[in-house]
Design a protein around this ligand. Structure first.
Ligand code: SF4
Ligand code: SF4
Length: 133
């Protein structure tokens, strides 16, 4: 199967929407994985940050519109400072969250009380913000 990557392809509408919302260049990512290896929330994510970007590059709307990882991103920017391509992954996570909310989806999974002792503090603050919208 031939896979075409690029935001100018007519079938890349979903990727284009994410780029427009996040103002990040999705196709600059070459999948080195440094973002995911430094993400403090990786263990709670169903898709790792680099995989979120890959699915966006592939225009995989179903995968991202049901992705819970974007709700667990705490916008800590650890990924952004590690990215050799200068991509602000937190903004991409935020863009996918926004698209999910525009589609009528709400938070699909909240952190449980048991998580409170293990999650980084920044994650708890971030979750309070998201879950009070
Ligand atoms: S660190 Fe940057 S280039 Fe590497 S996988 Fe993550 S987003 Fe892509
Ligand atoms: S901003 Fe989000 S995706 Fe990036 S390292 Fe922090 S929690 Fe992980």
């Amino acid at each position: 199967m031939k896979i075409i990557l690029g935001n100018s392809h007519p079938q890349s509408l979903f990727a284009q929407r994410i780029e427009a919302l996040s103002r990040q260049k999705l196709f600059a990512c070459y999948q080195c994985g440094k973002c995911s290896s430094g993400c403090p929330m990786a263990e709670s994510m169903d898709l790792l940050p680099n995989r979120v970007i890959r699915e966006a590059q592939l225009n995989n709307e179903p995968a991202l519109m049901s992705c819970r990882a974007v709700w667990f991103c705490s916008s800590c920017f650890a990924c952004a400072v590690r990215c050799p391509k200068g991509i602000d992954i937190a903004r991409i996570m935020e863009a996918v969250r926004t698209l999910q909310m525009m589609d009528g989806k709400s938070i699909t999974e909240k952190p449980s009380c048991e998580d409170n002792g293990t999650l980084p503090q920044i994650a708890l603050i971030s979750h309070f913000r998201k879950f009070n919208m």
